[in-house]
Design a protein around this ligand. Structure first.
Ligand code: IDP
Ligand code: MG
Length: 137
């Protein structure tokens, strides 16, 4: 794979960030960093849908809490596209735990905790495709 391919990735603005009305601010970060927002929708997942979305984590001790949280309020699901969109979105997000995230990343600036870390981003091409299909098919 070339290092500058145009990719699509799935981004989610999680309930903690929607609750604090951060949608516009977070979207501006993507746009300012040349990630186009191809599609965007506000939804609230059922617990079952959240379990399906996060099924890769079903053996983890935090799975139940994670799925309850993702389904606890409205979220914004977005398709982002751009050069190396998957990795660049991950870089803009920062580390999973906001405490470990680099300065200026979305999770460092807006994240509250490892649970309430404000955003999700696909971690691979295969997961990006599956996650985009989950919300936009
Ligand atoms: P990511 O969101 O940075 O890709 P993942 O390892 O895929 O991180 O985990 C999915 C989500 O599960 C994280 O965003 C975080 O909210 C939550 N999570 C991950 N690890 C832990 C943990 O050790 N304790 C509690 N929640 C966690
Ligand atoms: Mg992940």
């Amino acid at each position: 794979m070339s290092s500058n391919s145009i990719e699509r990735t799935l981004s989610i603005i999680k309930p903690d960030a929607i609750e604090r009305q951060l949608e516009t601010k977070i979207k501006k970060i993507f746009l300012d960093n040349k990630l186009n927002i191809v599609d965007s929708k506000k939804v609230q997942l059922s617990k079952k849908e959240a379990e399906e979305f996060y099924k890769v984590h079903q053996t983890k001790p935090f799975y139940e809490k994670l799925c309850s949280y993702l389904s606890s309020g409205p979220i914004i699901a977005m398709i982002l596209d751009g050069e190396n969109a998957i990795q660049r979105n991950r870089d803009l997000m920062g580390a999973t735990d906001p405490e470990n995230a680099k300065d200026g990343t979305i999770r460092k600036v807006y994240g509250i905790s490892i649970d309430k870390n404000s955003v999700h981003g696909s971690d691979s091409l295969i997961n990006a495709k599956a996650e985009i299909d989950f919300f936009f098919s």
